[in-house]
Design a protein around this ligand. Structure first.
Ligand SMILES: Nc1ncnc2c1ncn2[C@@H]1O[C@H](COP(=O)(O)OP(=O)(O)OP(=O)(O)O)[C@@H](O)[C@H]1O
Length: 353
């Protein structure tokens, strides 16, 4: 009774502060799936200034409507770049709104927060992310490795004496881990993901079609016709941009096949990270991995044909976790709600510095 009351007044929160999307989930919500706030990591500010529009409310989904075609007087800013806090104040403004949304506007004691973090972040980068949450209204902040969180969220049998292989592909970070008996046996953290796919598409359009396009348009092309392996749906899409030579607007048609070729180089980094992680495991564990295969998480797992491509390249069965983008934050909720079981995976923020 007392515990339930505390949870209502001061719900524990899980946070995934990503470059593309920010996710906040609420622990102990009594619903079968945790309540989830999932919004773009974008803040709209007055052009040339630091004032967040809408009296501080123009963040996330609201702010993303201005991305790529910002009306006069508005700048849409991404406060997390490459998986790292790039603008401390604007990241704080965004998180303050999302934390309040998750708490349904309740005032009162601050929530404890469990933050998922990429393995490759430096102590200074971790400290910055924790600082953002503290200034945005979090109480104590704990940290959980993103790959472990995703494995819990994907429901992998990480406590059992078999090896589980997980890979999360986000916008800027790719995390790979082999977990067994509640421990991390091997892993890699590489700075690559959907952002690199957008860069590859922009370079392709510039060099092959002589067309300059923006980051938002490139991301749209990846979502609409991007693929890692041939799928049944070989669509074509029209892309508008600026003609490099004539400096006039121009529209070209691009095919799924040429975009697939453009994505080959950045995808190679994902393959290498997984292959090196598997190589680090002993032969007994590799036998487990061959049977259990690879589980893919992160928004990048939605790239068409990525499961088939990785199966072909790594000779492993590959499955995509349900709702792959939110696997890490859902896993952090599992860890929060079973703190006694997962205590050894949680790091107090003070120790992370
Ligand atoms: N259908 C799709 N096809 C290709 N890419 C996709 C698709 N859906 C989402 N993505 C990509 O997934 C990425 C977002 O994934 P996710 O939300 O896991 O990232 P993030 O947590 O913000 O990033 P990070 O943790 O790396 O900073 C974006 O780069 C987005 O373009």
């Amino acid at each position: 009774m007392w515990r339930r009351l505390t949870r209502t007044v001061r719900p524990d929160l899980a946070v995934d502060l990503g470059s593309a999307r920010c996710r906040v989930a609420v622990a102990g919500d009594r619903s079968p799936v945790p309540r989830l706030i999932d919004e773009p990591t974008v803040v709209a500010v007055a052009r040339g200034g630091r004032r967040v529009l809408g009296r501080g409310a123009a963040v996330g989904r609201l702010a993303s409507q201005t991305l790529g075609r910002t009306p006069a007087g508005v700048d849409a800013v991404r406060p997390i770049v490459g998986g790292v806090v790039a603008d401390f104040d604007l990241a704080e403004a965004l998180m303050a709104v999302l934390i309040q949304k998750a708490r349904r506007g309740r005032r009162g004691p601050r929530s404890r927060v469990l933050l998922t973090v990429a393995g490759g972040l430096t102590p200074v980068e971790r400290r910055a992310a924790v600082g953002v949450l503290e200034r945005a209204g979090a109480g104590s902040v704990g940290l959980l490795d993103a790959a472990r969180a995703a494995a819990l969220g994907a429901g992998l049998p990480v406590s059992e004496p078999i090896a589980s292989l997980i890979c999360t592909v986000g916008a800027a970070t790719c995390e790979v881990a082999v977990l067994s008996l509640g421990d991390r046996i091997a892993g890699r953290s590489v700075r690559t993901g959907g952002d690199d796919w957008g860069v590859a598409v922009r370079e392709h359009l510039r060099s092959v079609h002589g067309l300059k396009i923006g980051a938002e348009t490139a991301a749209r092309v990846v979502h609409e016709v991007g693929s890692a392996a041939r799928t049944g749906d070989e669509a074509t899409t029209e892309v508008s941009g600026l003609d490099v030579a004539g400096r006039v607007p121009r529209t070209v048609a691009v095919t799924a096949e040429e975009i697939r070729d453009a994505l080959a180089d950045p995808l190679e980094k994902v393959v290498t990270a997984i292959a090196e992680t598997v190589e680090d495991c002993g032969t007994e564990l590799v036998a487990d991995l061959a049977r259990g295969g690879l589980t893919l998480c992160g928004g990048g797992a939605n790239l068409r044909g990525l499961d088939r491509y990785l199966t072909d390249r790594l000779n492993l069965p590959v499955r995509i976790a349900p709702d792959p983008g939110s696997a890490a934050v859902r896993g952090a909720i599992v860890a929060l709600e079973n703190r006694d079981v997962w205590r050894h995976w949680l790091t107090p923020a003070a120790r992370a510095a």
